[in-house]
Design a protein around this ligand. Structure first.
Ligand code: ADP
Length: 455
């Protein structure tokens, strides 16, 4: 097992990794920017190293800086968390060259899955259903039109290097294609330094359903079932749950088997998430794979009792799946996660500043992953996620009532948060009836007017 791990991240996920290390008896090293000097990940790590000014490019994304910190602290491994360097194949490669274990898949696999149209091709070859689309990058508007004619409108163009819903446009007719294609191209180039686009058939009112897997370094892959993440605003997830009301035990088993076979064949290792869209006839289509721990991993942890971050660390240290899981994965009850963002609940604009009151809810079946605290400051430079409120109930109804009361008992003052928005989603009759898809929030906001602001 490792002696010491550096956590190349901040906020709640850095704390989450520290929790796993403490339970495994591994020493931890935090890195932090000048804006995060008073952060809890700095406080709870065994050692902490300041790696630069607040700007991401000069701190958490500065590969030489992160590697120097790892070498100074003499760590055995780096956990990248999510976002930041977690899906950066070059970073994983540099770690490897410096004899530091990168807790995640190999650089080749990260690279393959990071180029979405290549990932699509690999999955298609392995027999995983994908949506009709362009087989590779579309170089020009003329070819985009040709593809769209073949596939049939509506279509969606996406950035091959995409993430966070950027570089994506839904195109409903030939007339609007040139403008939207160019807009997606420049957005992708600005966000990812790569404007390459590919195209897929657009699925009307789909559900977003993703499967969590763990793969050891000895060829064994297991599926831990699905999460439903259909509650999204602008293609970004707001609330996730497990299981999905639409996935039968047979479907879960069948997809799990296909994925385990495919990933074992391509030599996948560590944790991963395979994202699908489900159409109205319950067909699942692969859209992308994330080669890291996901924000929403706690919902799977709540229903399976498997600690995914500890599993990642044990796998990276060479453990076999039977040592990691100690038995078959059993699903119990229903879990829901609400992402609490420091944002105005009406305007969705970021709300940085000092938290004056912070009272998190507790009680049976409630979990909070957060690095926020009273008198703490939310800096303006980073992601707006400040807490994940997760509940488990014996069934979906109990999870909904538990989440509703937990949101009511969650008091954050001094900044705006999305707590009021979540309270209204949880009270919505369609949400309660499980009538959800990725366009739910759009309709919900139109129907309800705007969510009331916090204080
Ligand atoms: P990103 O990597 O930017 O998050 P994804 O490919 O994972 O992009 O897609 C994010 C979201 O965009 C999906 O959850 C879904 O809401 C929407 N989406 C993506 N592809 C399609 C499609 N072919 N049809 C309909 N919606 C889609």
């Amino acid at each position: 097992m490792f002696n010491k791990i550096l956590i190349a991240n901040r906020g709640e996920i850095a704390l989450r990794v520290i929790c796993a290390c403490k339970e495994l008896g591994i020493r931890t090293v935090a890195i932090y920017s000048e804006a995060d000097r008073n952060s809890l990940h700095v406080r709870f790590a065994d050692e902490a190293i300041c790696i630069g000014p607040p700007q991401l490019s000069q701190s958490y994304l500065n590969i030489p800086g992160v590697i120097s910190a790892a070498e100074i602290a003499n760590v055995d491994a780096i956990h990248p968390g999510y976002g930041l360097l977690s899906e950066n194949a070059n970073f994983a490669e540099v770690c490897e060259k410096c004899n530091i274990k990168f807790i995640g898949p190999t650089p080749d696999i990260i690279r393959l899955m990071g180029e979405k149209e290549k990932a699509r091709a690999a999955m298609k070859k392995a027999g995983v259903p994908i949506l009709p689309g362009s087989d590779g990058v579309i170089p020009s508007e003329a070819e985009a039109i040709e593809w769209a004619r073949q596939v049939g409108f509506p279509v969606i163009v996406k950035a091959t290097a995409g993430g966070g819903g950027r570089g994506m446009r839904i195109i409903r007719s030939e007339e609007e294609l040139p403008n939207l294609f160019r807009a997606a191209q420049s957005e992708a180039a600005a966000a990812f330094g790569n404007g390459d686009l590919y195209m897929e058939k657009y699925v009307e009112r789909p559900r977003h359903i993703e499967f969590q897997v763990l793969a050891d370094e000895h060829g064994k892959v297991v599926s831990l079932g699905e999460r439903e993440c259909s509650i999204q605003r602008r293609h970004q997830k707001l609330l996730e749950e497990s299981p999905s009301t639409q996935v039968t035990p047979e479907l879960r088993e069948r997809i799990g088997q296909i994925l385990c076979g495919t990933l074992s064949q391509i030599g996948y290792t560590n944790a991963g998430t395979i994202e699908f869209l489900m159409d109205e006839k319950q067909n699942l289509y692969f859209i992308e794979m994330n080669t890291r721990i996901q924000v929403e991993h706690p919902v799977t942890e709540m229903v399976t009792d498997v600690d995914l971050v500890k599993s990642q660390i044990m796998i990276a240290a060479g453990a076999r799946m039977n040592e990691v899981l100690l038995g078959p994965v059993v699903h119990r009850g229903h879990a829901i996660e609400c992402r609490i963002n420091a944002e105005h609940p009406e305007k969705f604009t970021p709300s940085a500043g000092k938290i004056t009151t912070f009272h998190p809810p507790g009680g049976t079946g409630v979990r909070i992953d957060t690095a926020a605290y009273a008198e703490g400051v939310i800096p303006p430079y980073y992601d707006s996620l400040i807490a994940k409120l997760v509940v488990r109930g014996k069934d979906r109804n109990e999870a909904i009532s538990r989440m509703s009361r937990a949101l009511e008992m969650f008091i954050v003052e001094g900044i705006y948060t999305t707590i009021p928005l979540h309270r209204r989603i949880l009270a919505d009759p369609d949400f309660r009836a499980g009538k959800i898809d990725t366009t739910f929030i759009e309709r919900f906001l139109a129907k309800n007017g705007k969510a009331k602001p916090a204080a």
